[in-house]
Design a protein around this ligand. Structure first.
Ligand SMILES: Cc1cc2nc3c(=O)[nH]c(=O)nc-3n(C[C@H](O)[C@H](O)[C@H](O)COP(=O)(O)O)c2cc1C
Length: 194
């Protein structure tokens, strides 16, 4: 019988899950569509109820970044454009926008949102393995009708993640933010007091 004992060394999956950090500063190495398609073709093996695969993607490569930022700035008031230009330039080398189709049925909506999040985490872990850093951004502009329109997000769709991407320097990985041990959030049935 297989015993489910903890290995002396973390498995490679546990290692990557623990080591992955949100990365906010990137090198100049360009991010190409070939790499992103490769990563996404693994990430989409996430669980998805009813095999609905509710996601689609908009990718902006490093080569297109400058033109994309100027395009997107149209959505922002004049007095915010300089700030947003600096922000987008400084905080991404490329962008991947994950768009989910919104099922009007609440159960299916939740399942689809959960599947999209699982797929994004797959992507983040796969990217980490290739030294491609990710910040999963949920800034207010993800809900802005002007941003949605410029990005071709249709009624009945939502932006789940505006991912800022770029290669990272292994010497400059942020310190981990320790997690609460699961035991502190775990109730054993023997102690359950409803
Ligand atoms: C759904 C979601 C939304 C997030 N939105 C943002 C965001 O808008 N801006 C940001 O800087 N980080 C964002 N993050 C990244 C978290 O801040 C980050 O995961 C957290 O600080 C823990 O750091 P770590 O990923 O390095 O462990 C988001 C993460 C998730 C899962």
């Amino acid at each position: 019988m297989v015993k489910h004992v903890r290995a002396e060394e973390p498995t490679s999956i546990a290692k990557i899950i623990r080591e992955r950090r949100t990365i906010r500063s990137f090198t100049n190495e360009p991010v190409t569509k070939e790499l992103i398609i490769d990563l996404l073709n693994d990430a989409v093996w996430a669980p998805t109820h009813g095999l609905r695969q509710p996601w689609r993607f908009l990718f902006v490569s490093t080569d297109e970044k400058e033109r994309f930022i100027e395009y997107l700035l149209q959505a922002f008031p004049n007095d915010q454009q300089d700030k947003m230009r600096t922000y987008f330039h400084a905080q991404a080398s490329a962008f991947l926008i994950v768009i989910m189709s919104e099922d009007p049925r609440p159960k299916q909506w939740e399942e689809d949102f959960a599947a999209s999040a699982a797929m994004i985490q797959n992507f983040q872990l796969l990217a980490w393995e290739r030294k491609l850093g990710v910040v999963w951004k949920t800034n207010n502009h993800n809900w802005d009708p002007k941003v949605r329109q410029l990005l071709g997000v249709k009624p009945g769709e939502k932006i789940v993640g505006f991912l800022h991407l770029g290669f990272f320097d292994s010497e400059q990985i942020p310190e981990p933010k320790p997690r609460t041990p699961a035991e502190e959030k775990l109730t054993l049935f023997e102690n359950l007091k409803p």
